[in-house]
Design a protein around this ligand. Structure first.
Ligand code: AMP
Ligand code: GLY
Length: 436
């Protein structure tokens, strides 16, 4: 099969690494890709939201399967674009439809969906320009802390946790009246603050059956000890030590199954991944958010532990045969540590050459086999002449598979010690709360 992966991040590189191993994959293309994805296929310089150019590429290269990495094309309807066009509607594409992508693209839709299907989540109300005054009253009478969420996509920045009423009223006004997040924040979900520990669970579904992938925990804060502003993710681990079998059983019964059943009942076309962002409060799982795609950097640990052929699973999804698939998960532990540019998640410079030490430049990979190993997944990188240079906030995700979390972390750090670029920073404490 000829396969196209959309994305330019660590997740895209991890998809390439995994799909390249499939006996069904004959040729791999990545749009737009990075210096790492070029190790496994041909990068094509097309933006993930340029649907017309993607269509042309699919026809020219006779693509059979498209794997969509990030949320933006899904929310903008790439799945529907393919399915409604006779020239390309035979191609398998990981969805969901735009309707299903509202689980991520509209916080208000996701909250109302959870309410309709009795899925545990924080209590909330939604407000917009018309109900602005009601929102002020609601916030004044609500215990603190309180959480404000811009309804639409806001590049991961649309959630604000406020510790006092004055701050909450100020942020609320800024979001609705002064368009802090543009149109994405014209509607605001005002939500109860939940206190607990977070983890993420992933499924591949055809909107009816599903397969459960390994769970993961990511580290969102920029600084060690979980301090400082949120980022896209500074590292991740899988499995999650506190996700016991009993707890995961609750996640399945109270969250995953009602979600899939809800999509089915509401006739929402959903063939793709669902990422459940969860919080464990007194042993009970609650949904913090849904995403309509895999996580980044969670994919860089989840796929390391997935032993199945991912292409076979995607075909089973397309053919509504997922219920026949058995997921095989490696018992070993995966960890990834993300190396970022100085200044991230605020402004940063790009274009610094990356020195991979004893690892060869584009061969900056070690093998992962049944005994474990390390993969240097590229995130924000690009090839510039003979150099690989930094090209984003998150630059590399160094992912290891080993017998224990401590060993996996040590392996990633050993490799990171070899790598250097100007302003490089990474958290040395990923997984800290689970290592003695
Ligand atoms: P999101 O963009 O929805 O992933 O939210 C970003 C982060 O905000 C989450 O990972 C949580 O750490 C935090 N958060 C969101 N909603 C709540 C909530 N209701 N209670 C506590 N923390 C929350
Ligand atoms: N790491 C969080 C996300 O992918 O949304």
């Amino acid at each position: 099969m000829k396969i196209l992966i959309l994305g330019a991040d660590g997740r895209a590189h991890a998809f390439c690494w995994k799909i390249h191993q499939s006996k069904l994959c004959t040729q791999l293309f990545i749009a737009p890709g990075n210096a790492g994805t070029a190790q496994f296929g041909e990068n094509i310089d097309i933006a993930v939201t340029d649907f017309d150019s993607i269509k042309k590429l699919c026809i020219d290269k006779k693509i059979d399967l498209v794997v969509v990495g990030p949320e933006e094309p899904l929310v903008k309807g790439i799945y529907d674009f393919f399915k409604n066009d006779k020239q390309i509607n035979h191609i398998i594409i990981t969805g969901p439809s735009a309707s299903g992508a509202r689980l991520e693209g509209s916080k208000a839709f996701a909250k109302a969906f959870m309410q309709r299907h009795h899925i545990p989540t924080a209590q909330y109300e939604e407000f917009d320009t018309a109900s602005y005054e009601d929102g002020l009253e609601y916030i004044k009478n609500h215990p603190m802390p309180i959480v404000l969420k811009a309804d639409g996509l806001a590049a991961g920045k649309g959630v604000i946790i406020c510790n006092n009423t004055v701050e909450a009223l100020g942020e609320y006004e800024w979001m609705i009246q002064k368009s802090k997040f543009g149109d994405a924040g014209k509607k605001v979900v005002v939500e109860q603050f939940l206190s607990g520990i977070e983890l993420s669970v992933f499924v591949l579904t055809n909107g009816d059956a599903y397969t459960l992938f390994p769970e993961a925990k990511d580290y969102k804060k920029i600084f060690e000890g979980d301090e400082g502003p949120n980022t896209g993710g500074m590292g991740a681990i899988s499995p999650v030590p506190f996700a016991s079998e009993i707890f995961l059983e609750k996640v399945i019964k109270k969250i995953i199954e009602p979600t899939i059943k809800g999509l089915h009942e509401e006739k929402i076309d959903y063939k793709g991944f669902i990422f459940f962002g969860l919080i464990k409060v007194d042993d009970e799982p609650h949904v913090i958010e849904y995403n309509c795609r895999m996580g980044d950097p969670e994919t860089e640990v989840v796929l390391l532990r997935l032993k199945n052929d991912l292409v076979e699973l995607l075909i089973a999804m397309e053919e509504n045969k997922l219920h026949k698939e058995k997921i095989i998960i490696d018992e070993k532990v995966a960890a990834t540590i993300v190396a970022v540019s100085e200044g991230y998640p605020a402004a940063y410079e790009k274009g610094f050459p990356i020195d991979f030490g004893y690892l060869e430049n584009t061969e900056a990979i070690k093998h992962i086999d049944s005994n474990g190993g390390v993969m240097v997944f590229h995130a924000g990188t690009k090839q510039q002449g003979d150099d690989v240079v930094t090209n984003g906030g998150r630059v590399l995700a160094v992912s290891s598979l080993a017998d224990s979390l401590a060993e996996a972390i040590e392996l990633s750090k050993e490799i990171l010690n070899q790598i250097h670029f100007e302003g490089m920073y990474y958290r040395k404490d990923i997984g800290y709360e689970f290592i003695e």
